[in-house]
Design a protein around this ligand. Structure first.
Ligand SMILES: *[C@@H]1O[C@H](CO)[C@@H](O)[C@H](O)[C@H]1NC(C)=O
Ligand SMILES: *[C@@H]1O[C@H](CO)[C@@H](O)[C@H](O)[C@H]1NC(C)=O
Ligand SMILES: *[C@@H]1O[C@H](CO)[C@@H](O)[C@H](O)[C@H]1NC(C)=O
Ligand SMILES: *[C@@H]1O[C@H](CO)[C@@H](O)[C@H](O)[C@H]1NC(C)=O
Ligand SMILES: *[C@@H]1O[C@H](CO)[C@@H](O)[C@H](O)[C@H]1NC(C)=O
Ligand SMILES: *[C@@H]1O[C@H](CO)[C@@H](O)[C@H](O)[C@H]1NC(C)=O
Ligand SMILES: *[C@@H]1O[C@H](CO)[C@@H](O)[C@H](O)[C@H]1NC(C)=O
Ligand SMILES: *[C@@H]1O[C@H](CO)[C@@H](O)[C@H](O)[C@H]1NC(C)=O
Ligand SMILES: *[C@@H]1O[C@H](CO)[C@@H](O)[C@H](O)[C@H]1NC(C)=O
Ligand SMILES: *[C@@H]1O[C@H](CO)[C@@H](O)[C@H](O)[C@H]1NC(C)=O
Ligand SMILES: *[C@@H]1O[C@H](CO)[C@@H](O)[C@H](O)[C@H]1NC(C)=O
Ligand SMILES: *[C@@H]1O[C@H](CO)[C@@H](O)[C@H](O)[C@H]1NC(C)=O
Length: 765
């Protein structure tokens, strides 16, 4: 509750700050800084727009210079409600960046309690003032340890926008209990003793936390007493083998590491907007330019080419006298400085390229000879011009042929021939092989406006093909060695005719990566339904919840029971689509089967990923059972699988089951005396799905049967489901919940390049 209160407070303050920023737009320029403004604090240069004395800074660029035991130090202002504030390490005026110190989180063995102690489990949030954004290009979550899973969640406002994480071990491959420190290598951070993960753009806060459940490291305290995690500048980090086994990493810089942040003038969206309001435009120097911020709204200023200085001050950009150091600007002849540029020519009587050392040569040609050469050159130029045109025309013809051939090659590469033959053998199965041209026209060449979703395994487009609306999924590229399996699975998948599995209609193999064509289901998902329910906009009855669960379980069970079983690998509410009448349809398989066996960057979603899978890297049907168990929990409790500042739902559930306090965790909307028996049985089923290790879990088939039975129980059937009308969904378009994946997170996992655990997702709120 305390953290919620803190959040509210922060929200309140940020809106006050937002109002202040709004008022600043259009207001007059702040008066120029006085000549008595200090330009350094504790050895760090501070220049306008930054300043730490009254009247010395642009609004939003106030810093504070304070006396500490270690002398004067420079700090960013503290954001109201945030837990700490940042010390500044350096400011780069022209790059629009600054470095601050970020605290390293520790997860250490405690000899007194004989358990693990976390410095700041979950709750410590690092928050930047609005002028700054975390640089997504320069920083990475860096995790060090011998048996550690660490996550980072980043966001802005009060929304967590992305979670990612990675894990590192020092254990023998395939044997988690045997440490082998000789696998550690200096300079490589790929999951052995060290791992890294990227963050997404335009975020202002983050927190770093350890997953104490997946690994219990009390047993290895004598090898690796502490694990560390910190968001830091990646270029200033080099892994040393001793980091994994000692406190060297933490100690070298006093428990902190540099973090790169991007700053900009943010009271307007970009340069074009800023220039419209000349009275509040910050690039006031002549010969200054405006540069759009690449991270968040706003702009920064720079001097134009050939000028240097401070573009934020009148007359700040000064001409660079290139002729003072001519060789630095590669001038090896006579140099004349001009405003913004310079002229460099060979000394009289010589000719050549003065910008190349020793290239000025004695002039040998008389003017007459020069004219003759000129005429000959013109004739030759005309001739070559004509030939050039012919060559270009010829090339265009060839290119067209190459494209045709390539289209054919992709088809062959993706095993199109094989598929055709299989289809011949198996008989026509209502599966269509689409032409490249058809797809290109239908999606307007994969135009952005056709995108309806971005999943772990590819991008989804909506298009009209042959008079029906379909969903097209553009898979990521597939592995050579898996082509055969992929085709077999396509043939199997397209014959899956299950009411709760999104139907595969066909595919197109004439692109670099295969395109799968599915029936189109309204883009409503179980995730959205759960969100509406959480906001109490709509009552989803216990019966409906159990029915959706039973239908999804049935679909998964069907996929698992095929002669060539198909595993889903990323079961989560966002992948359960809801058609008319809240009928569940499982989606987002197909491409996933491609990833599964090659083990190429297997993706899961934190909160749903099976801890067994993180350890074994072998996708099995039991992984789907686990993820499904989490969904069942969400349906019963109405809570998110992961919430900022709280334990994971599975952990809370397991504790509550053990304590006999389950009822407190349940969604009060569905709890009533009469249905308790059914609810309790469903909870027991969920706990069976979540058993670790996975061998103890029931098969999907049993789960589905049990749920079907529960959904039909009399106690549950008494309440009819009120219909879902569009208004219930409409508030979601206001942007309070979005479900875009940041699948550009790059993570170095453990073992090898094929075996990377990428846990990356976004969840709203
Ligand atoms: C700078 O000088 C002006 C007047 O000369 C004074 O009002 C102002 O307070 C001074 N600022 C600082 C930071 O000393
Ligand atoms: C600070 O500025 C001075 C001169 O203005 C320069 O000599 C010095 O290198 C700068 N220090 C840093 C850390 O940039
Ligand atoms: C880092 O830790 C120090 C000392 O514990 C604290 O004063 C400071 O606020 C922390 N930094 C941030 C950015 O929270
Ligand atoms: C500003 O100009 C300098 C030198 O031309 C360049 O190095 C720097 O990247 C520019 N900054 C931005 C934000 O474009
Ligand atoms: C170790 O555990 C004891 C007992 O739980 C606790 O009092 C102490 O603060 C812990 N030490 C550290 C360094 O966290
Ligand atoms: C430890 O790992 C190294 C390098 O992977 C390997 O050569 C060595 O055999 C392993 N040691 C043991 C005891 O397994
Ligand atoms: C890594 O470098 C340190 C010295 O920087 C050295 O002592 C250590 O043996 C090196 N480890 C490996 C595995 O090369
Ligand atoms: C970790 O394992 C030790 C014994 O190896 C046990 O005493 C302790 O309770 C475990 N801690 C957790 C959080 O499971
Ligand atoms: C620099 O600014 C001056 C004054 O506004 C202007 O006359 C000159 O053309 C500018 N030079 C360049 C290279 O833009
Ligand atoms: C288009 O639909 C018609 C019937 O609706 C069907 O006969 C035909 O095969 C389809 N063509 C393609 C390319 O899917
Ligand atoms: C469904 O997709 C359309 C784009 O086709 C989008 O405009 C709309 O916001 C989406 N609806 C929901 C509820 O996500
Ligand atoms: C369960 O009991 C333990 C110990 O009594 C307590 O710490 C924990 O908060 C309880 N959990 C729940 C969910 O009530």
């Amino acid at each position: 509750m305390a953290s919620f209160h803190g959040l509210l407070e922060a929200l309140l303050w940020s809106s006050v700050a937002g109002l202040a920023a709004l008022l600043a737009v259009g207001a007059a320029l702040p008066p120029p800084p006085g000549s008595n403004c200090s330009t350094a604090c504790g050895g760090i240069n501070v220049s306008y727009p930054f300043g730490f004395e009254p009247g010395c800074s642009w609004p939003g660029f106030e810093l504070s210079c304070r006396d500490t035991k270690q002398g004067k130090k420079l700090f960013l202002p503290q954001v109201p409600g945030a837990d700490g504030y940042f010390e500044v390490a350096s400011i780069s005026l022209l790059e629009g960046q600054a470095r601050v110190w970020s605290n390293i989180s520790r997860y250490c063995y405690n000899h007194t309690s004989k358990g693990m102690t976390d410095d700041n489990y979950w709750n410590f949030v690092y928050q930047l003032p609005d002028t700054y954004r975390l640089s997504e290009t320069a920083n990475m979550l860096t995790v060090i340890g011998c048996s550690v899973v660490a996550y980072i969640s980043v966001g802005n406002g009060d929304f967590v926008r992305q979670m990612s994480g990675c894990f590192a071990t020092c254990s023998e491959q395939g044997n988690n209990n045997r440490m082998n420190l000789s696998r550690l290598a200096n300079g490589t951070c790929d999951g052995v003793g060290c791992c890294q993960s990227t963050i997404s753009k335009a975020q202002t806060f983050y927190n770093v936390y350890f997953d104490g459940q997946t690994y219990n490291t009390t047993g290895i305290y004598n090898i690796s007493p502490c694990s560390y995690a910190v968001l830091m500048e990646s270029s200033s980090f080099t892994f040393h083998t001793s980091y994994a086994t000692s406190s060297e990493f933490f100690d070298t810089q006093g428990g902190r590491a540099p973090l790169v942040i991007d700053w900009a003038i943010r009271n307007t969206s970009n340069c074009a907007e800023a220039m419209k309001h000349s009275e509040s435009y910050a690039c006031i120097s002549s010969n200054a330019t405006c540069v759009d911020s690449s991270n968040g709204p706003g702009y920064t200023c720079n001097c134009t080419q050939g000028f240097q200085g401070n573009p934020y001050l009148r007359g700040g950009c000064q001409d660079i006298d290139e002729c003072r150091e001519p060789t630095q600007h590669s001038c090896y002849g006579n140099c004349i400085n001009l405003p913004g540029t310079f002229e460099c020519s060979c000394p009289p009587g010589t000719r050549g390229n003065a910008s190349v050392e020793g290239a000025c040569q004695k002039n040998l040609l008389t003017p007459g000879v020069q004219v003759t050469i000129g005429v000959v050159a013109c004739v030759l130029a005309g001739l070559f011009g004509f030939l050039g045109c012919e060559v270009i025309r010829h090339k265009q013809r060839i290119r067209k042929q190459v494209l045709l051939r390539q289209t054919d090659e992709f088809f062959q590469q993706h095993g199109g021939q094989l598929l055709l033959e299989m289809m011949k053998v198996e008989g026509n199965v209502g599966f269509t092989l689409y032409e490249r041209g058809q797809i290109e026209i239908a999606t307007n060449n994969f135009h952005k406006s056709h995108i309806v979703g971005e999943g772990g395994q590819g991008t989804v487009y909506m298009a009209e093909l042959n008079n029906t609306i379909v969903a097209l999924k553009r898979c990521k590229e597939i592995d050579e060695s898996r082509k055969m399996d992929f085709m077999q699975e396509l043939v199997i998948l397209c014959r899956v005719n299950h009411p709760h599995v999104v139907k595969l209609l066909g595919c197109c193999l004439q692109f670099e990566a295969p395109i799968l064509v599915y029936e189109f289901v309204q883009n409503r998902t179980l995730q959205e339904l759960l969100n509406i329910q959480r906001n109490r906009r709509f009552h989803v009855t216990l019966g409906t919840r159990l029915r959706i669960a039973a239908e999804s379980a049935g679909a998964l069970a069907h996929l698992h029971s095929l002669p060539h079983p198909i595993l889903h690998g990323d079961v989560k509410p966002a992948n359960i689509l809801l058609a008319e009448g809240l009928v569940a349809k499982v989606s987002d398989f197909g491409c996933s089967t491609i990833d599964e066996k090659t083990q190429a960057v297997p993706k899961g979603t934190p909160g749903y990923i099976d801890p067994d899978y993180l350890l074994e890297y072998q996708l099995t049907a039991k992984n789907d059972v686990y993820s499904f168990g989490v969904i069942l929990l969400e349906l019963l409790t109405g809570k998110k699988s992961l919430t900022k500042g709280m334990k994971s739902l599975t952990l809370m559930f397991q504790e509550a089951m053990a304590n006999g306090t389950l009822i407190e965790l349940l969604d009060s909307d569905i709890v009533d005396e009469a249905s308790m028996r059914v609810i309790h049985q469903a909870a027991v089923l969920a706990s069976q799905c979540l058993v670790v290790p996975g061998t103890g879990r029931p098969p999907m088939m049993l789960v589905a049967e049990e749920l079907r039975r529960l959904a039909l129980a009399d106690e549950v059937q008494r309440y009819p489901q009120p219909p879902l009308v569009l208004e219930h969904l409409s508030f979601m378009d206001t942007g309070s919940t979005t479900s875009i994946w940041y699948n550009d997170s790059k993570t170095s996992g453990v073992y090898s390049h094929e075996n990377k655990a990428v846990v990356s997702t976004e969840f709203a709120r």
